[in-house]
Design a binder for this molecule. Structure first.
Ligand SMILES: [Zn+2]
Length: 324
């Protein structure tokens, strides 16, 4: 079981992500209160967007495969031409054994969280490293992975080299969970795991606890980006505020900021989705609103506030105008 507040934070986050599209008009019966207004000069700035990871294009060099990686003849010094060294870092160590110093060369696997290492003197060969890559990271020697996709501009199908990126794939999974509101424990679902295993047997599907932690950290990063972005917004910002009651009969306040960016596109972000204790009195609402505006450093940039026609909102609006 997850605490409700965490679910709400994440829920809040995904609404915030989804709310990047243009805002729709407000419902009938709403009242619109001007707070302050003045002219402003827009400055170029880009709204934060979530990065979903990019696939890398790798160069195919025909000469790379010419050296036989399994050649175990004692050669004096071979150039590091094998593809295997893309995945390993070499390290020279001196070992003191009964007063005698031995020099050794070790290769450490570059994959994150992998502790594999092996001797890599020129006579050792690379087959052991290839076995490790195949077994643990699905990298097969001499196998160039390709992906076919449609070139939208030219309208033709193109085939490009494809490189598997574990971190990027995991990030895409987290983004999918956020955007489609999947439960965190989907990563533990038997048939989902089966599906992923069928695609890539050693894909490191994390536990729901780790997924929750990762998604929370994405939320923190995106929130910080929004903080930074809002600092650069030079135009006035409007807000809408609404109260919402959960099926557990708990009250929540939702505040959305709206503004027009430098490209004349309407932007909106949910900046507060918080639990309001007790009755929704006007004073409580105005307190919640002003606290949120101060927290986001936009209290000096307010242009208007739009609310629905709940009676408590009349008191809230008077209170907010007094504060401003
Ligand atoms: Zn490894």
């Amino acid at each position: 079981m997850y605490s409700l507040s965490l679910v709400l934070i994440v829920n809040h986050f995904l609404i915030f992500l989804k709310s990047q599209s243009a805002a729709s008009g407000s419902a009938s019966g709403s009242h619109h209160v001007g707070v302050t207004a003045s002219s402003s000069t827009p400055e170029s700035a880009v709204p934060p967007t979530i990065a979903t990871g990019t696939s890398q294009t790798i160069e195919i060099d025909a000469d790379v495969n010419r050296v036989d990686d399994n050649d175990e003849r004692p050669v004096k010094r071979k150039k590091l031409t094998s593809e295997v060294w893309q995945y390993f870092n070499k390290e020279k160590v001196s070992i003191d054994e009964n007063g005698k110093i031995y020099k050794q060369e070790w290769a450490h696997c570059k994959f994150k969280n992998c502790t594999y290492k092996g001797r890599c003197e020129s006579a050792t060969g690379t087959s052991g490293f290839w076995s490790h890559l195949k077994l643990h990271h699905s990298v097969v020697k001499g196998q160039q992975q390709l992906k076919a996709q449609k070139d939208q501009e030219k309208g033709i199908n193109v085939v490009e080299p494809y490189k598997y990126d574990e971190e990027a794939s995991l990030r895409k999974l987290y983004v999918a969970i956020i955007m489609h509101e999947y439960p965190f424990n989907m990563v533990g679902h038997e048939y989902f795991r089966d599906f992923i295993t069928s695609l890539r047997p050693n894909f490191p599907l994390k536990s729901r606890v780790t997924v929750r932690k990762e998604i929370l950290s994405i939320y923190m990063q995106e929130r910080d980006k929004l903080y930074e972005y809002l600092k650069t917004v030079k135009c006035r910002i409007s807000a809408t505020m609404d109260m919402w009651t959960s099926n557990q009969n708990k009250g929540y306040m939702c505040i959305t900021l709206h503004w027009v960016d430098d490209d004349w596109c309407i932007q909106k972000r949910i900046v507060t989705f918080s639990h309001v204790e007790g009755r929704h009195t006007g004073v409580r609402l105005s307190e919640g609103f002003t606290t949120s505006m101060l927290r986001w450093f936009v209290e000096k940039k307010m242009f208007s506030l739009t609310l629905d026609n709940a009676s408590a909102n009349d008191v809230a609006v008077k209170d907010i105008i007094c504060c401003c």
